[in-house]
Design a protein around this ligand. Sequence first.
Ligand code: B12
Ligand code: SF4
Length: 574
Amino acid sequence: MGTPKIVLTADRTLMSPYRGLSLATFFGCAPAIDPHRDKNSFWYKILKNQVTPKILFDFICNYIPHTNGVANFAPYGLRKLEAGLLRDGFRRDEVVVAHPDHIEQFIGPETQVVGTYEMDPLGMGPVTMTFTYGRKQISYDELYNTELHQRIKAAKEKTGSKAKVISGASGTWQYNYDPEKIEEFGIYAILEGELGGIAPEIDGHAGRFFNYLINGDFENMDPFRKRSDFKVNIKEFERNGKKIHGRFVNFWDRPELEEIPDIIEPSMHGMVEVMRGCGRGCKFCDVTLRSLRYYPPEKVVQEIEVNMKKGGSTSAWIHSDDIFVYGMDPRTSKGMEPNREALEELFTAIMSTGVEHTNPTHGTLAGAIADEKLIPNISKIIKSGPDNMIGVQAGFETGSLRLIGKYADRKLAPYSPDEWHWVVKEGVKTLNKDYWIPAFTLIMGLDNDETPEDSWETIRLISELEQEQPESMFTATALTFVPIGLLEKSDFFNIGNEMTPAQLGVLYKTWQHNFKYGIQKFMTKTGAKGPQRYFFNAIARSLGGVPLSAMEKYARKKSKEHELVIEKVKAQYW
Ligand code: B12
Ligand code: SF4
C-alpha cells in the first residue's frame, strides 16, 4: 500500500494531553535553550544550554497515543480540516492525521501535500515572548516545530517525495518576522488571513484549497483573483543582504454554519466549539476579527459524542472566545446583556451527553456579572462544586482605567471603563462563589502606551483583591504585548530591553500571587485528579520561587529604581 495523498500533523507541543494538567498546556511556551548562556556559569555546568530541563519537559509533555502511527487525537482546527477534506471528495485512505513521532511512516512518493497546524511556530506568541525574554531564548514551541519540519524534510529527501509542505492555523503570521525559516524548513506555502494574524476559516473550501495545491495552481495564480478566491502573494524579504521569498496564500471567508463540518475523529482535550468570533472588539485581539456565529446545541452535542465514543472523553472543553456572548443578538443587545436562556439550553444539552465535567475556555468578567442568575444557574447545570472546579480564562489585561477604556471598552459592556475595578472584584467574587476559578491574562506594554502609573494601578488592583477578598481564587499571568488584531502595525513590546521598573513590578506581583498565594489557597484543588495533581503542585511549589529570585537578581543588576520597586511591592502590596 502506498502513502496517503495528504498528510496532516502538528508538533509535539500541540499533540500532548500534558498528563491531564490543564495549566500545563501552555508549557510549550517555556524556554528550552539559552544559546547565549555563559559557559563558565553555574547553570551551564549543570544543564549546558538547557533552560527548562528537557527531561522534565518531555515527561510533562507526553505524546498523545496513536494507532499504527495515526494520531488518536488532534487539534480541533486540524480535525475540522480533515472533516472538510473528506466531505469535499477525498477518500479516507487519502487523508491521514499523523502522529508527529511517526511522521516518516506516511511520507513517500505518493504524498502530495503535508499540512502542519501551527499556533506558535517560532515562539512569538504572548506567553512565549514573556518567558523567553522576547525570543532571546528558544522555546519548546519553536524547538519542536523545528524538529517536526526537519523530520518532514528528511523523510521527503529519503523517499524522493515531492510533497508540498503547507503551514496553516493561527500562528503562521510569525514567518513574516523570521522568513529565513521558510527556506530552512522547506515550506512550499503559508496560509494567511487578510485581516490581521488570525487564520482564515477554511471550512467551506478545504477540498478546493488542497486541489489547487495538488494541481500546482498556486505556482502562478492571478494575483487579481475574485474576492472569494485564494490570492497568492510571493513576498520578498531582505535579511543580511540576501533576498528571501515566501509564498503566502491569502484568504478570508465567513462560512455559514452549514458549511462548517462536524469533526469526525476526536479532538485534543475533548475540545469543541460552540461559537466563532467574539464581538467585543478589543483592539489587541485578532479573534474578534472572526464574525460572530453560534453553533446550535445539537451540533455541539454531535461533536462531544464523537469525542466520547471514539476518544473516550469524559469531559468537554467548550471553546468560546467569550462564553457569555453565546446566543446574543448584538443588534438588540446593545449593552451586551447575556442571553441566559440560550446558555442554559446549551449547557443542559452538553450535560445530556453524559460528560462528567465541562468548562468554557474563555469568558469575560463583565458578562459573568451582567445577570445575577447566570453563573448560579449554569453552575447548577454543570454541577460545579468543591470537587468540580470550573477553570475559565478571562482577560484582566490591565488595572489602568485609561488603558482599558482606550483599548477594550466593549469588554466591559454593560459597564463603563471607570467601573473596571469594581467589575474585576465583583467578577472574582461571583465566579468563586460557584467554584469557578478565573485564570487571568494581563498585557504588559500594551501598544507600548503603558505609563508607570498604569502599571501601579495593576499592582494595586491585584493587591486589593488579595486583601479585600482573602479567600479569592484566581491566577494572574502577565504577558508581553504582541502586535496582532487591530494593532498589527504596532511594535512588539520588548521585555528584554524595555521593561520599566513598574512593569517589572507587575511581573513580580503576578508571580508572587500565583506561587505564594495561589498554590497555598487553591491550586491543589484544581486540574486532573490523582497523583499527577500532587506531583505538579510539588514541582510548582519548589520551582515557583525561582522566577521571583531571578527577578530580584535582575532588579539588582538593572538599577536602584528596579530594586526599589520590588521592595515596594513586597512591603506595601503583599
Ligand atoms: C485551544 C487553543 C489553545 C490550546 C491548544 C490545544 C490543542 N492542542 O489543540 C492551548 C491552550 C494549548 C493553546 C496554547 C497556545 N495558544 Co492558543 N488558542 C486556542 C484557541 C482558544 C482555540 C483554537 C481553535 O481550535 N480554534 C477553532 C478552529 C476551528 O480554528 P483554527 O484552529 O484556526 O482552525 C481553522 C483554520 O486555521 C484552518 N486550519 C487549521 N489547521 C490547518 C492546517 C493547514 C495545513 C491548513 C492549510 C489550514 C488549517 O482550518 C480550521 C477551520 O477553518 C484559540 C482562539 C481561537 N479563537 O482560535 C487560541 C489561539 C490560537 N492561541 C493563541 C496563542 C498565541 C497561543 C499560545 C502561543 C499562548 C499565548 N496565548 O501566547 C500557545 C501556543 C501553544 C503551542 N504549543 O503552540 C492565539 C494565536 C494568536 C495569533 N494570531 O498568533 C489565539 C488566536 C488566541 C488569542 N487571541 O490570543 N491554545
Ligand atoms: S473579549 Fe477576549 S476574545 Fe473578545 S475581543 Fe476581547 S480579548 Fe478578544
